[in-house]
Write a protein of this length. Structure first.
Length: 223
């Protein structure tokens, strides 16, 4: 196994490892899956934002003791969250909790063709044109398998005009993560992932993986 590209950042947090082992279990019910997705997302949000956010000076305020101080604001000031439908919705609240200010949430709907395994876009509510483009966009999608969906989402954001893109996932395949890392090695794109699994099935599922996390989150097995 060769090393991952430098823009791919697997978590080394022990709590992520333990919580992912709980999430892998087929016995985990919908409430547990939802809670674990949120909790792992919180840790990934801390790790990712700790690396990519900087702090700038804001307005003057006063403490309860009437001492003046300069407020701290995030740099870049404009940030957007971009969940990939459906399963990315399970990670939105975690990032909203850690981000220091409310941010816009845009949605991308992408599914993987069962035959070609290529991503197909069915929904995109990014604003048209290049007005209001955030300095940082954070894609949240629990699973990066073949890497095709994440790659398409990153391309959509770069074409919109976003300068820095962060991708956060609970788990990714070695193959898919390397694909993304190499595809965007010349762009300001970084990927934060809870764990890396080595295998993909012939249907493009991560093995051993965590299954179809969208079905597990929304109880849509057998759809």
């Amino acid at each position: 196994m060769s090393a991952l590209p430098s823009n791919i950042h697997p978590s080394t947090h022990p709590a992520v490892r333990i919580k992912l082992s709980q999430l892998r279990s087929a016995k985990a019910g919908q409430r547990e899956v939802k809670a674990l997705t949120h909790e792992i997302g919180l840790i990934l949000a801390v790790e990712a934002l700790g690396k990519v956010l900087k702090v700038g000076d804001g307005d003057k305020e006063h403490t309860p003791l009437k001492a003046e101080y300069t407020t701290s604001v995030p740099d870049p000031g404009e940030i957007a969250l971009v969940p990939i439908l459906r399963s990315g919705l399970g990670m939105v609240q975690a990032f909203e909790t850690i981000l220091p200010l409310p941010v816009a949430v845009y949605h991308l709907g992408l599914f993987r063709d069962k035959v070609t395994l290529q991503p197909v876009e069915y929904y995109n509510n990014l604003p048209s044109g290049h007005s209001g483009v955030p300095g940082l966009a954070i894609i949240v999608d629990p699973v990066i398998a073949t890497g095709g969906t994440a790659e398409a989402a990153i391309h959509a954001l770069l074409e919109w005009g976003v300068k820095k893109v962060v991708v956060a996932a609970l788990i990714g395949s070695d193959e898919g993560l390397k694909k993304i890392g190499e595809a965007f090695k010349d762009d300001d794109v970084e990927v934060f992932v809870g764990a890396v699994d080595q295998e993909l099935t012939d249907k493009g599922m991560i093995f051993p993986g965590i299954g179809d996390i969208g079905d597990r989150l929304f109880l849509t097995h057998g759809k």
